[in-house]
Write a protein that binds this ligand. Structure first.
Ligand code: DQA
Length: 149
């Protein structure tokens, strides 16, 4: 059974309450619960972590080494400028899929760049919270695939 860590970055603890016209009205706890249940149907184990703090996210990436097969991550605003998170990902062997709820490419200029993307296996963008499911499936496929079983 594959073990996947879901990491959500700053302000995503307020998902569902925060700018619902951009991020929708589903709360993070509901996303985490339904993704955990979905993971079980895919014969995977999902654990969830959210932090508003860059260092805590870096620690979680380091600690994932040897414990998780993959990381699904929405780095939130850190996406656009955290070389420290990028280096943390580059420094572990655990593969990462990046996910954004909104379409960062249609929004403000500063959101168009992800400093994280070059150290991930891929990015899911702009498909709402459904993107978390797609990101998880993409990770499981990357890890050896159980989609056609
Ligand atoms: C986000 C996009 C980021 O630009 C923003 O800072 C977020 C959320 C998204 O999921 O669409 O906090 O990562």
């Amino acid at each position: 059974m594959k073990k996947i860590l879901l990491i959500n970055g700053p302000n995503l603890n307020r998902l569902g309450m925060r700018e619902p016209h951009i991020y929708g009205s589903v709360r993070l706890a509901d996303v985490e619960r339904s993704l955990t249940e979905f993971a079980e149907t895919q014969n995977a184990l999902l654990e969830c972590f959210q932090s508003n703090h860059e260092g805590a996210i870096i620690d979680a990436i380091h600690d994932a080494e040897g414990k998780y097969d993959g990381i699904v991550m929405n780095p939130a605003a850190f996406t656009h400028y955290s070389y420290a998170i990028r280096d943390a990902i580059a420094g572990v062997t655990v593969p990462v899929v990046e996910i954004h709820i909104s379409n960062i490419h249609t929004r403000e200029e500063f959101r168009h760049t992800s400093v994280i993307a070059p150290v991930t296996i891929g990015q899911i963008v702009g498909l709402g919270v459904y993107g978390y499911k797609l990101a998880l499936l993409a990770m499981l496929e990357h890890l050896g695939g159980n989609l056609d079983e």
